[in-house]
Design a protein around this ligand. Sequence first.
Ligand SMILES: [Zn+2]
Length: 468
Amino acid sequence: MNKEIISNICIPTISFSNSFDVHINKGKIEKLIESTNKNRTSLFLFPSFHDSHIHLKLFTETLSQILFDPDDDVGKVMDKIKDRLKDYEKGELIFGGGFSRKFLDEFVNKKTLDDLTSDNPIILYSRDIHTFVLNSKALSLIDKDMKKQYSKYIQKDDKNIETGIIFEKAETLLTHVLKEKEKSFKKDLPKAISILNSYGITAIHDMDGINTNITQGLPIDIITFYRKDPEELNPKDGIKLFLDGSLGSLTAWMEDGEGISNYNEKELEVLLHKCRKHNLRPAIHAIGNKANRVLAHLFKKIGKEDWRIEHAQTVSDSALSFFKDINIAMQPQHLLFDIPLAKKHLNGKEYELFRFKSLLKNKARLMFGSDCPVIAPNVIEGIYAASERIDPESKKVWQLKEKISRKEALDAYTVNCARYAGLESGSVEIGKDADLVLLDKNILNCSKEELLSTKILRTYYKGKVVFE
Ligand SMILES: [Zn+2]
């Protein structure tokens, strides 16, 4: 058994005109035989996708949360909770948030939530995560001594009765109650993976340091990067470090003096030497043009083959040549949100944003991803963004010379990530893992409108259908 044949299928990474029978045996591609049947199916087989930057823990947590929009009013918030009530077992914690200040002003007290259920604890947090609203059930679960110690953070009415609102310190007060979340995390993890499979994804580079023991047996390949001290890690472990902030919050480390950096150049060099000494694999967040120049330069000096830069959002002309043979994980889908930011903050240097083509020309090793849950891990959208570069405001091509081909974008979502992770997947080739995705369009040559409407019909992981 274990054998399967996908017959008479077009494999655009091999040929646009011929079709093939793909023989799968024991999870591998055993044979690729040119099909003699001239009426080939109008379906297209590609290597399944990899996401080079994803937060698996955060993403999984969002599945069990009820998320609100900042402009949801009380009615809307209540409706969203009501709709989800049936998904919870009796006693299970209902956790969610994202409501704005406005909501809190309208929102009187725990009674509003008590009307929804007295069986389940409900905890909701504000958008800035500084205020929490609890129902009576949740309030009753808080440790008594804790309550005494932190009483000034627990709001009370004029009769000295708790209103259900907690300011600050909620993390501490609720530690015990929020432990519940870990249970739902384990329950939701397979759900998270199957959502990734539905996007055609079968391999990820995780930035949340997930314990890969708990992901074993799930249909996905994972390499992970930990947010720990170099001393706490084992040789070859990935380590996630942050050099600067973000463009939108003006904390990206820029050549013109703007922004912040968590380390100066000397400190950074010391830290990287430590990574080298412990034989670690650093993945370093760098957004600003200075952060990227300094980092790429140090990588050249002391870096190793498997080191990588995350985001590389702005790169100056003078720094491009430092990127030869350097792994960079970029997120093309973010281009759409970042073009307006670049126009506002990069003062005439907008061309430094997401330099896909220039980086490729300078022989950087490009890997694409999503930064999910910041954005949905939609590879098709990413390929569109990188190969079309359409400004969402003007609807015109933005920085034409940084456009890359569909194939180059696809490679950054497949074979380049696989090579970095040491996986036997990422291309449709004899002997490789049968990690494949079946699409209704040839994404390498369809129109850009067709590209955006492409459907994932089926995802294979080691020859098994994991999404249909
Ligand atoms: Zn991230």
